[in-house]
Each structure stands twice: as structure tokens, then as C-alpha cells.
Write a protein that binds this ligand. Structure first.
Ligand SMILES: Cc1ncc(COP(=O)(O)O)c(C=O)c1O
Length: 407
């Protein structure tokens, strides 16, 4: 049997399920908004979605806005983090985790990830804390909750705020407590690739009255809920969400649990199948993780079992076999040009900065980016059980012919 990359027949010719999944509900909700004539702030759709999302995560407040990045930036500001203080973030995450800290006037400090969970390595957090540290921002990467017990314990001991980046973790839970509502505030994304999607959108959850009040003000030009429309009490911007976005979110939210169940079931099938292949390693599980959104399915590629062929060559071979496969984050955040150059000023000008990011080194993050981490995006997990078997078959086929993978 020849590899598809070398002209052989691919393992599959069918495509994986497309995303977004949508139906009449989205259309009906959007039509309702158009006809209402109420398209912006103050409409019923946003209020209804905020309430549902808060209830689902057992949070006191939910404030919806235009993106997950904005949610992180405003949550930090509202939690009184900024003024050049340091914020601890994992090095393996989407840029927004760190760029939101910069936007909030803080300095991101990168900590490596744990090899078994790909979440921030809680054993390394304390060493990164200085007298200038104000917050820890754990990321519940791929929808897999970070170790909130350890993080909250450190935060309590060192008087730090905890802002959860739950952008990928709708309904994921740590000891039955939904993430995003465990720390001082939690932030979610509804951008196109996300499991609950309205094109672009985000939300802050909090149980803290002051944080909720300040987020509501900052996202609405510094207004106060009981002030006049043209009365601005604080610094802020227009980060509001529209009624159209919230109407789509309401429909997406209704089918979320059903799709989450399918993703979880397929994730279990895939875990079992891939655990039987030598050279494929899976991330660990702990009993504290009681629910997962399954935003990304990750496995580690160990090239020694694939004739030493690099991750990029394996991914190309998988794609040719008909399996959409992603290399995930291509660089640790501290190696992104914007951080190496401290290009945080206007037009990317270098700013005087207290950290030299070129001196950072997080070995596990580098291994994940450059050698081992491989992702399947959430739409793949919406397929059939047979689709999961195709994935395993493709990996096995490539392994059997690894010596033939072109590089
Ligand atoms: C971990 C993480 N943080 C933050 C964000 C930012 O969310 P958004 O794209 O909605 O601004 C994303 C999503 O892209 C993400 O995956």
C-alpha cells in the first residue's frame, strides 16, 4: 500500500463535518432581531444570553462583548490589574492571553506548560512571582481545565488575582465547578472556530460586584448604568456586542450540550484507538476534571516511532490521507516577533520593556510547538465513530510506511 502523499489511494475521500452547525433557530432569531428594530445595546437578546450563560456556569454576572480578547483585557482592568504590574501566563496559548495583558498595561511573564496536561505548569508558577506580580491567567487549553486548586492556593498565599482564560472551555468543569466562574473573573470566546459561535464575540463571568460594574462600564465607553447617556465616569471604549450576535448565540447555546456529548464520545473513541498506536502519546486525565468542552483533540507525535520524520512531514502525509490535521501553535508566545521585538508601540515600534523575551526558554512549550503537539479541531469530533477509525487507520498506515514520507 502506497502513502497518498506518494500517489497512493487515501484512507478517506469524504470531508469531515463542517463548522458552524446551524439551523432554522439561528434564522428565526435573526429575523426576530431585524423585525424588532432593536439592533444594538439594551435589547432583549443580549440580556437573555448573558443570563443563560451565567446560570450555566453558576456565575453571578455575565457581560457579553465583541470578542474574547476584549473580555480578557477588560477583566484584567476591572480586577485592578495594570500599571506595569506582572501577569503570569502560559507560553503555549493563543496570543490574546498575553496581548490582552499588554493592552491592560501589564507585563506578561511566561511560564512553561505541564507535559501531561499542556496547561500552565503549576509547579513553576511560584518561581515566576515577584513583588510586582498582580495576577495569574491560567488557560483551560483545548477545554481541559487547568489545576484550579493549586492556582487558587498560590493566588491566595501571594495575594494575586486569578483571571481565567476559558476562551475554549464553555461548560468545562473542575470538581463539578464550571471553569470561568472559579477565579476572580473568567473569559470566553465566541469567534468563528469556537464551539459556541457568532462570528465574533466574547463574555466575562464574575461573582465580584466591583469587577462586574467596571467591566460593564469599560465596555460601554466608561458609562455608568445609573448615569446619563453622555456621562462618562471612567476610561473605556465601545466593545459592545450587537443583538444579532446574541440572537445567534442563543440558538447556538440551545444545541451546545447535544454537540458537546458527541464531541466527548468521539474523543473517548479516539483516545482508545490512538492509545494503541506506539509513538502516539495522549495527554493525561485527572478525576478533578469532571467536564470538558473538547474544543481541540491533542496528541503527541513521537518521531522516533515514525522513522524520525518531523511533525510537519507527518501532518502533510495525514492531510493527503484525507484527515484534516493541525500543527497547532507554531511558536511559543515569547518567540513571536512582536514579543522578541517588544513591538508594543505605535506602528510596531520597540518599547522600553522590563522583560527581554529572547531570554525566555520553556522546554515543554518548545517541544509541543516544534516537535510533538498535533491537533484535531472540534468539527472533526462531530463526525461518526467510523470517522475516528479512519483517523487511526491513517496514522497506522503512515507509521507502517514512515520511511517513505518525503521531507
Ligand atoms: C486561549 C484563547 N484565548 C483568547 C482567545 C481570544 O478570543 P477572540 O478570538 O474571541 O478574541 C482565544 C480565541 O481565539 C483563545 O483560543
Amino acid at each position: 500500500m502506497k502513502l497518498a502523499i506518494n500517489g497512493g489511494d487515501p484512507v478517506r475521500n469524504k470531508s469531515m463535518p463542517v463548522w458552524p452547525v446551524w439551523g432554522d433557530e439561528e434564522i428565526e432569531n435573526l429575523t426576530r432581531v431585524v423585525k424588532s428594530g432593536k439592533w444594538g445595546i439594551g435589547g432583549k437578546e443580549t440580556a437573555a444570553f448573558e443570563q443563560k450563560f451565567a446560570d450555566y456556569h453558576h456565575a453571578k454576572y455575565a457581560i457579553a462583548m465583541n470578542s474574547g480578547t476584549t473580555a480578557l483585557r477588560l477583566a484584567l482592568t476591572a480586577a485592578d490589574v495594570g500599571d506595569g504590574s506582572e501577569v503570569i501566563v502560559p507560553a503555549y496559548t493563543f496570543i490574546a492571553t498575553a496581548s490582552a495583558a499588554i493592552e491592560a498595561g501589564a507585563v506578561p511573564i511566561f511560564v512553561d506548560i505541564d507535559a501531561d496536561t499542556y496547561n500552565i505548569d503549576v509547579k513553576q508558577i511560584e518561581a515566576a512571582i515577584t513583588s510586582n506580580t498582580a495576577a495569574i491567567m491560567p488557560v483551560h487549553f483545548a477545554g481541559r481545565p487547568a489545576d484550579m486548586d493549586a492556582i487558587l492556593a498560590i493566588a491566595k498565599k501571594r495575594h494575586l488575582k486569578v483571571i481565567e482564560d476559558a476562551a475554549q472551555a464553555w461548560g468545562s468543569a473542575w470538581k463539578n465547578q464550571p471553569v470561568g466562574a472559579i477565579g476572580d473573573a473568567g473569559c470566553f470566546s465566541f469567534q468563528s472556530s469556537k464551539n459556541i459561535n457568532c462570528g465574533e464575540g466574547g463574555i466575562v463571568l464574575t461573582n465580584d460586584d466591583m469587577i462586574a460594574k467596571m467591566v460593564r462600564s469599560h465596555y460601554n465607553c466608561g458609562r455608568s448604568e445609573d448615569g446619563l447617556w453622555y456621562e462618562h465616569f471612567y476610561f473605556g471604549g465601545n466593545y459592545r456586542i450587537t443583538e444579532f450576535q446574541s440572537a445567534v448565540l442563543l440558538a447556538q447555546f440551545e444545541r451546545y450540550e447535544e454537540l458537546k456529548k458527541i464531541r466527548n464520545e468521539n474523543s473517548m473513541v479516539l483516545t482508545k484507538l490512538l492509545s494503541e498506536i506506539e509513538g502516539i502519546e495522549l495527554l493525561g486525565t485527572t478525576p478533578e476534571v469532571t467536564s470538558r468542552s473538547c474544543h481541540i483533540f491533542i496528541f503527541k507525535y513521537i518521531k522516533e516511532h515514525f522513522a524520525d520524520k518531523p511533525k510537519t512531514a507527518f501532518i502533510e502525509a495525514m492531510r493527503k490521507e484525507g484527515i484534516p490535521t493541525s500543527p497547532g501553535y507554531s511558536l511559543p508566545l515569547y518567540k513571536q516577533p512582536v514579543f522578541l521585538n517588544c513591538a508594543f508601540g505605535p506602528r510596531g515600534r520597540r518599547m522600553d520593556w522590563p522583560v527581554d523575551y529572547s531570554a525566555c526558554h520553556c522546554p515543554e512549550t518548545e517541544r509541543a510547538c516544534f516537535e510533538q503537539a498535533i491537533w484535531f479541531t472540534q468539527n472533526v469530533l462531530l463526525g461518526s465513530e467510523e470517522d475516528m477509525h479512519d483517523i487511526a487507520r491513517a496514522i497506522q498506515k503512515i507509521q507502517e510506511h514512515a520511511g517513505e514520507i518525503p521531507i
